[in-house]
Ligand binder design. Structure first.
Ligand code: URA
Length: 213
């Protein structure tokens, strides 16, 4: 089975899963992009525009995401974009812990299929899904290893649209992304979670591991 076929089969499974929350209130926004992407961007949950078009990041925040991707010489079609919760919560409220839990097995499989070089969680909520102890302003733009995968949290584009300083930091982190997906500089020192430790296997695989702290 190709990655495209595996993703299509997974999408059908999500669509058919009657136990999933938000099923009766909004459409499925499974995610889209290059199944062989080097970078997998993960937002929090679809909003109004995403629900209408059944596509992730197509509103104002999405336009900014497209622009930032373009500024580093990539195209939206080169990357893969999805969300932790795959249906829009009513009134754009934050997803509930049980909603995040319910969609988790599907996101996990989506991550496994795409097997990108780096996962870029967009915003605090998405970052804390992978790195519960991390702080967005302190840890955005740094590399972490979570369950053997490289995770580079960044500010949410919607936050950048609200504050010029956030925009500047997000843009700077984006500029570094092509380099960050190649290097193995590891940020560790965020304490308290076992999955925050840099993967020991990765460290052995990559002798030039450095630390930021
Ligand atoms: N914000 C998100 O977190 N995800 C989207 O798909 C759109 C906006």
């Amino acid at each position: 089975m190709t990655k495209t076929e595996a993703l299509a089969a997974l999408e059908k499974e999500v669509e058919a899963d009657e136990s999933l929350p938000l099923r009766n209130v909004s459409y499925l926004v499974f995610g889209e992009g290059n199944p062989d992407a080097d970078v997998l961007f993960i937002g929090e949950a679809p909003g109004f525009h995403e629900d209408r078009l059944k596509r992730p990041f197509v509103g104002l925040a999405g336009k900014l995401l497209d622009k930032l991707i373009g500024e580093i010489g990539w195209k939206r079609e080169d990357v893969y974009i999805t969300n932790i919760v795959k249906r829009r919560p009513p009134e754009n409220r934050d997803p509930l812990p049980e909603e995040i839990e319910a969609y988790k097995p599907y996101l996990t499989r989506q991550i496994e299929i795409i097997n990108a070089k780096a996962i870029v969680p967009l915003g605090r909520y998405s970052m804390n899904y992978f790195l519960p102890e991390a702080k967005i302003s302190r840890d955005q733009g740094k590399i972490f290893w979570v369950d053997g995968r490289k995770v580079i949290p960044m500010f949410h584009p919607a936050a950048a649209l609200r504050a010029g300083a956030v925009m500047q930091t997000l843009r700077e982190s984006f500029q570094k992304l092509p380099e960050l997906i190649k290097t193995n500089v590891v940020a560790h020192g965020v304490s308290g979670e076992s999955n925050l430790n840099p993967s020991p296997e990765k460290q052995q695989d990559t002798p030039n591991v450095q630390t930021l702290f």
